[in-house]
Design a protein around this ligand. Structure first.
Ligand SMILES: *[C@@H]1O[C@H](CO)[C@@H](O)[C@H](O)[C@H]1NC(C)=O
Ligand SMILES: *[C@@H]1O[C@H](CO)[C@@H](O)[C@H](O)[C@H]1NC(C)=O
Ligand SMILES: *[C@@H]1O[C@H](CO)[C@@H](O)[C@H](O)[C@H]1NC(C)=O
Ligand SMILES: *[C@@H]1O[C@H](CO)[C@@H](O)[C@H](O)[C@H]1NC(C)=O
Ligand SMILES: *[C@@H]1O[C@H](CO)[C@@H](O)[C@H](O)[C@H]1NC(C)=O
Ligand SMILES: *[C@@H]1O[C@H](CO)[C@@H](O)[C@H](O)[C@H]1NC(C)=O
Ligand SMILES: *[C@@H]1O[C@H](CO)[C@@H](O)[C@H](O)[C@H]1NC(C)=O
Ligand SMILES: *[C@@H]1O[C@H](CO)[C@@H](O)[C@H](O)[C@H]1NC(C)=O
Ligand SMILES: *[C@@H]1O[C@H](CO)[C@@H](O)[C@H](O)[C@H]1NC(C)=O
Ligand SMILES: *[C@@H]1O[C@H](CO)[C@@H](O)[C@H](O)[C@H]1NC(C)=O
Length: 620
């Protein structure tokens, strides 16, 4: 990996052994049609892949940006944003566009020229762009054009000397087995006065000798650190069918119109400290003590956008029929940039994180239970999981607690179970982005993002029939605590079990595994002793708002109203020793299993228990 990163440096570097460091493998904080430099206070012209600070928005406000909660850059005091046009794959048959996943490597290069000028940190409030979205040609003597180029990566075959594979100013005409790098080298000379300029360029300049090194011109005498970044696009995940396969979000099929933008959000003193005091930094941030001390990869992983996005699909869920923002394909050979033929859409901004239903609040990141799941009342998984999707699911079922985990899993309950508590752990321990919205977090490894409502839905929790009282969770095993009668049902509720036991004249009832009801006049075989309530952690097959026992654990009830039907002496009307008949049916409507049948079919992980052995259990 390092050698491929260095490839570009070898080609770029005139200053050998110069100090530099790389922030590598950065994930986008957002992919949306905003550009605070070119289109402040409005919607942008095309979709960008943006990395960096979590308060990226359609206006650059340096004081606000540095207040960002976090950044996808591992060195958290760098609250800058770095962006480039999203690269799309165009399907040869349908003409539709799919965004190609990207990551970024950001280089900070200390490149004093022959005059050995001192290198300065970016001043607070500095913004700049490199490249030109409307360029479709290449001027080999222009530093600005030289500053944009592409590398085709193949880690297994050496293509050195082959011009078809050499670093070049436009897209390749073949696929790249390990992805393509779209590269931008920013001008490093500042006029010392203006933090921006009308074209967002003229306050900056390339050095005299070269685009990537040299002395600064007199017009732009302040030599800033050189900024260079690689957007790595996984083009290898898609087929290559010829020119037009790859399209930048601005409609460019050539690559010449690639560009990059930067808004400074650094702790400027820290950046200057790093520039001054890391002479031996040779790419690795760890070789620069002031930066190494500020590395926090977990916060970078857990970071999500705090602000707003444009309310439109950018193609991650389904291919786009046309590029958003009206960007017709244009390679420059067909005259001026074509006008937009599509109807103008009025895009709006919406919060990046989908808000929770009324009366629900996020508590935060919590640890899973120590003996099992924290929330066992009901669960679901869906590829469109968000915090709000989970809350709606739990609310509908009458639960007041909802938790999301592993990006796409949702759990509900009335209370925290299995040793879990609602005390939050560090926010950055929840690092899984929601499957249905990459801009919000849905738990982490063995961590739940927990939501609750102080106003839980008023569904009946446990209204017992007259005369019945709850005994709580009691012990059972394969010799059975209750031997008078039994049945299993996929529609099991507490009511259906109690009324059946009452009809048999039996005063004790117990339910386990969510769908098995047992009746008796007394507890048998030394069983029926109270055990930890948390062991009864399965919902009723016929009503997921109710608890119906657990594994070898009965949710038990006792009636005071069976005296007439069930003589208190003896073992009651059901006197057969094989108390639970092994015949396949009884009463016509319910299935009765022998205890062994119940054990093998129901107490094991049969399909009827899928509700409470959700995917992911094995990952606990
Ligand atoms: C912001 O950071 C704080 C901790 O510093 C954390 O509690 C909070 O959840 C974060 N907010 C977001 C939206 O990430
Ligand atoms: C350049 O200047 C720095 C101090 O700013 C000094 O440490 C270094 O030795 C100089 N390098 C050369 C090649 O003169
Ligand atoms: C190419 O770039 C050089 C250097 O910036 C400039 O002088 C020249 O006019 C450019 N040529 C064209 C055709 O734009
Ligand atoms: C440029 O685009 C036009 C129109 O789509 C196409 O006919 C032409 O072949 C393209 N030229 C190149 C060099 O790709
Ligand atoms: C633009 O909108 C009009 C009316 O809504 C519709 O009839 C027409 O087909 C649309 N044109 C395009 C290119 O989508
Ligand atoms: C939210 O809670 C309030 C007060 O507890 C209640 O009056 C209101 O009906 C609740 N709204 C919804 C939509 O549940
Ligand atoms: C999520 O997907 C399911 C189908 O898998 C669908 O029924 C549901 O409406 C979707 N929810 C949202 C919020 O898109
Ligand atoms: C957290 O749990 C405690 C005790 O179980 C409870 O009193 C408190 O209200 C809960 N807090 C929230 C925010 O749900
Ligand atoms: C049975 O319990 C109910 C309450 O569940 C009570 O109202 C009733 O008086 C009791 N009956 C007897 C005979 O104890
Ligand atoms: C069931 O539990 C009873 C009481 O603890 C015990 O004596 C018996 O050996 C157990 N039977 C089985 C099969 O585990």
């Amino acid at each position: 990996m390092l050698s491929t990163k260095l490839t570009s440096l070898v080609l770029l570097a005139s200053a050998v052994n110069a100090e530099y460091w790389i922030f590598g493998g950065l994930k986008p904080i957002v992919t949306t049609r905003l550009d605070p430099v070119i289109n402040p206070n409005t919607i942008g012209g095309h979709v960008h892949s943006v990395v960096g600070a979590s308060r990226f928005k359609n206006v650059y406000d340096p004081d606000d940006l540095i207040q960002s909660n976090c950044t996808t850059v591992p060195v958290q005091p760098d609250k800058s944003n770095y962006w480039a046009p999203q690269l799309y794959h165009r399907d040869q048959q349908t003409g539709q566009f799919t965004p190609i996943p990207t990551s970024f490597n950001i280089y900070y290069l200390v490149r004093p020229g022959p005059k050995n000028e001192s290198i300065k940190a970016f001043p607070p409030g500095l913004r700049m762009i490199a490249g030109d979205s409307n360029r479709r040609t290449y001027n080999a003597s222009s530093f600005e054009d030289q500053a944009i180029d592409f590398v085709c990566m193949d880690f297994t075959t050496d293509h050195s000397g082959d011009p078809d594979w050499a670093e070049r100013p436009s897209f390749f005409d073949h696929n790249c087995p390990d992805g393509m790098r779209a590269q931008v080298f920013f001008p490093s000379c500042w006029d010392g006065v203006n933090l921006d300029s009308p074209d967002h360029k003229s306050h900056m300049a390339y050095p005299i000798q070269n685009f990537n090194s040299g002395d600064c011109p007199d017009t732009h005498p302040v030599h800033l650190v050189s900024l260079f970044y690689e957007m790595i696009a996984s083009v290898d995940k898609f087929d290559y069918w010829g020119p037009g396969t790859w399209v930048l979000a601005n409609g460019d099929t050539t690559g010449y119109g690639h560009h990059g933008d930067f808004t400074n959000g650094w702790d400027v003193d820290l950046l200057q400290d790093a520039l001054d005091n890391c002479p031996n930094a040779n790419g690795n941030v760890m070789d620069c003590p002031p930066l190494a001390a500020a590395i926090d990869q977990q916060s970078a992983d857990a970071c999500v956008l705090e602000t707003q996005i444009v309310d439109e699909e950018v193609g991650f869920h389904a291919p786009l029929v046309q590029l958003t923002g009206c960007n017709p394909l244009w390679n420059g050979t067909t005259g001026p940039r074509p006008l937009c033929t599509a109807n103008a859409t009025t895009a709006t901004l919406v919060p990046a994180q989908i808000s929770l239903p009324t009366n629900w609040t996020e508590i935060g990141c919590i640890a899973e239970g120590t003996n099992g799941r924290a929330l066992t009342g009901a669960s679901t998984t869906t590829p469109n999981m968000t915090r709000a999707v989970c809350v709606s699911f739990c609310q509908e079922k009458g639960f007041g607690l909802a938790g999301v985990e592993y990006s796409d899993e949702c759990y509900c309950d009335h209370e925290m179970r299995n040793g879990a508590s609602n005390t939050t752990v560090m926010w950055n321990e929840c690092t899984n982005h929601c499957a249905g919205n990459v801009n919000e977090i849905c738990g982490g490894p063995n961590r739940l993002t927990l939501m609750y409502t102080s106003n839980p839905p008023s569904l009946p929790i446990e209204t017992l029939p007259a005369g019945w009282t709850a005994l709580g969770c009691v012990s059972d095993n394969s010799t059975r605590a209750l031997t008078g009668y039994g049945f299993t049902s996929d529609e099991m509720t507490i009511d259906s079990c109690l009324s059946t036991c009452a009809s048999k004249g039996l005063s004790l009832a117990g339910i386990e595994y969510g769908r098995e009801c047992y009746c008796g006049a007394s507890f048998e075989n030394g069983l029926g002793a109270p055990i930890d309530e948390a062991t009864c952690n399965m919902v009723c097959a016929g009503d997921s708002s109710l608890t119906c026992g657990g594994s070898w654990a009965l949710t038990a009830f006792q009636s005071n109203n069976t005296a007439g039907a069930a003589p208190s002496s003896g073992s009651g009307p059901v006197t057969t020793s094989s108390a639970i008949p092994s015949s396949s049916s009884m009463d016509g409507s319910v299935t009765v299993g022998s205890s062994t049948a119940a054990t093998s079919q129901t107490s094991s992980s049969g399909p009827s228990r899928r509700n409470y052995s959700p995917r992911g259990l094995g990952r606990l």
